[in-house]
Design a protein around this ligand. Structure first.
Ligand SMILES: C[S@@+](CC[C@H](N)C(=O)[O-])C[C@H]1O[C@@H](n2cnc3c(N)ncnc32)[C@H](O)[C@@H]1O
Length: 334
């Protein structure tokens, strides 16, 4: 099994980003998944609190979306790419829909966690998919992704998944990633966790966020976040993490933060840090769009899209996204 490791997850890059984010009172989000212990704790959070495991509706929308998108895809082999694939469970399901239609797929897993890349590749190979290479990298530095994908097989149409990641990237980053991986014939399937509103009123949005808060404010999530603090050797310098409701770039979000216990300066990685007692160290955020908010982003950034499926509780939806033909993608005038 060939797993490429991009320099974006090399020791030097990780250290540089760790320093920059701690200076900005943030924990680099991808550092929450790097060790096998952290990946394991995240798996437990997901198994216990992701509604996909307790509510059949969530699995139903994935099945519906897979059926719809595969019905529209040209016959023949495809390159199936799992971006931020986690355990690869959803990609395995998608592959089994492909296989049941007599379609062949070459699979590539892409994730910041080597353990999760290996796990998903093993799952897909076990199910019958072909595999050549997968990639451990930081999706936030996405410029290299198109080139890497072309090296796998640039003749095959791509079906790319981006499941469960929309909440963890700023809107501007999402469009950069989509643009890096999508060619005109490709389709990207993207799921987003939603604030479950019927109308878009401010009051309803607040109540909707409060109704979903227990999925984040629970012992398993706090243990996973604490492991992130321990990974950075900061657990003794801050209070227990707390989960709050706020916004990121105007999008409703759950924000986890831990308050500094002291203003005593300290040195880490050869750099000085000066915390403010009581000031927040941000550990994590999870954005909750509404369908109009997410579609506004896609439209603004020049993507074509279709809402394929949404749960009746309106907490999760899946879109297919294509590279648009709008002005955003025209080459600049020479
Ligand atoms: C919330 S999980 C979603 C996993 C899976 N797609 C699913 O739907 O169950 C986020 C995944 O993205 C990966 N991830 C987070 N930040 C990343 C980054 N900057 N670059 C690459 N992968 C990242 C994590 O390792 C994790 O597997």
């Amino acid at each position: 099994m060939t797993i490429d490791v991009h320099p974006s997850v090399g020791d030097e890059a990780l250290l540089r980003e760790a320093i920059a984010s701690l200076k900005a009172n943030r924990i680099d989000p991808k550092s929450l998944y790097v060790t096998p212990h952290q990946a394991d704790l995240w798996r437990q959070v997901s198994l216990k609190h992701s509604p996909i495991y307790g509510n059949l509706e969530f699995a139903r929308i994935y099945r519906d979306a897979f059926n719809q998108v595969l019905d529209r895809f040209q016959p023949g082999k495809i390159l199936l790419v799992g971006l931020g694939c986690g355990t690869g469970a959803k990609e395995a399901e998608l592959y089994s829909s492909l296989k049941s239609r007599g379609r062949a797929a070459l699979f590539s897993a892409i994730d910041v966690s080597r353990d999760l890349v290996m796990e998903s590749v093993q799952k897909l190979i076990g199910a019958g998919a072909e595999h050549r290479r997968s990639l451990v990298c930081d999706l936030a530095q996405s410029a290299f992704l198109g080139e890497w994908l072309d090296e796998q097989d640039c003749d095959l149409p791509r079906l790319i998944t981006f499941f469960g990641l929309v909440p963890n990237f700023a809107p501007s980053m999402i469009s950069r990633i989509f643009r890096a991986v999508l060619r005109p014939s490709d389709v990207l399937l993207v799921s987003a966790h939603l604030a479950p509103v019927r109308q878009e009123s401010k009051e309803e949005l607040g109540a909707a966020m409060a109704s979903v808060l227990p999925q984040y404010n629970n012992p398993e999530t706090l243990a996973w976040l604490t492991a992130g603090l321990e990974h950075w050797n900061l657990a003794d310098r801050v209070d227990v993490p707390e989960m709050t409701i706020g916004q990121v770039e105007g999008i409703p979000a759950f924000l986890a933060q831990a308050r500094w216990k002291t203003s005593l300066p300290f040195e880490k990685w050869g750099h000085p840090f000066s915390p403010q007692i009581g000031g927040p160290l941000r550990l994590f955020y999870s954005l909750r769009y509404t369908p109009p908010l997410f579609e506004d982003l896609l439209r603004r950034e020049g993507f074509d899209f279709d809402l394929l499926a949404i749960t009746s509780c309106r907490q999760e939806a899946i879109w297919s996204v294509r590279r648009g033909t709008g002005a955003m993608f025209q080459p600049p005038p020479t």
